[in-house]
Design a binder for this molecule. Sequence first.
Ligand SMILES: Nc1ncnc2c1ncn2[C@@H]1O[C@H](COP(=O)(O)OP(=O)(O)O)[C@@H](O)[C@H]1O
Ligand SMILES: [Mg+2]
Length: 258
Amino acid sequence: MEKPATDRINEKEAVIVIRNVYKSFGNNHVLRGIDLDLYRGENVVVLGRSGTGKSVLIKIISGLLKQDSGTVKVLGQEVDRLNDRQLQELRLKLGFSFQSSALYDSMTVRENLEFPLVRNQKHLSRKEVEDAIDRVLDAVGLIQTKHQMPSELSGGQRKRIGIARTLILRPEIMLYDEPTAGLDPITCIEINNLINKVQEEFKTSSIIITHDLTCAKATGDRVAMLLDGKFIKQGTFDEVFNSNEERIKSFYNYNFIE
Ligand SMILES: Nc1ncnc2c1ncn2[C@@H]1O[C@H](COP(=O)(O)OP(=O)(O)O)[C@@H](O)[C@H]1O
Ligand SMILES: [Mg+2]
């Protein structure tokens, strides 16, 4: 099912502005002129086959990698011009849900959530910390797991706790890298629903990177199709895939199982 239009998107306010970005590794020319805007309140899905530079793009946005040329502005700041302290401050406004963002196995769910919060917000009272933990656990529908260990949870539950751990710092922008990778179809639907719930409840703007068309259709207010280092098409899911372009049709036919 395609996502219904979200009316809260503010198309006047771009929280991420990417212009003419290039990035190569030696002779591997990964990004070749990338333009993308993310508007406040919006979910943009970046779709592309494996190895097309989706993770590289998210790393450039978050300042983990520097582009070779072009500009990347996040919340009004040019990321590659920030010093370490400024970059750290900016990163607190970004929530990452990466393939590698694993939970600490030796801590309970509660402790996994408490850890980033008390490290970054030292002035909070005991009660404020507990309230924040309960709020994000409620949001991801897992309040009952509060005192469990990560090893006792399913893969989908761990993913949701990972998202809760990100939300506890109240990010303005969420960056999801392959949020449904390796999950079964039912769990994928749960994660897609959670991504939309996070957008509504936490008023986040998000970039969702995936090659999963079901996820793209369910979560994307807009979809941008990355191919050969460029966005060859941007628009709603239907606008992109009603295209007659051969490269888009073949991506669709190859990937889509509904
Ligand atoms: N730090 C790096 N050094 C060299 N090559 C890299 C580095 N990071 C990514 N690449 C290369 O860039 C290309 C795109 O990678 P990536 O963004 O991870 O793809 P994906 O779209 O699957 O996320 C790949 O060819 C990968 O090998
Ligand atoms: Mg990747």
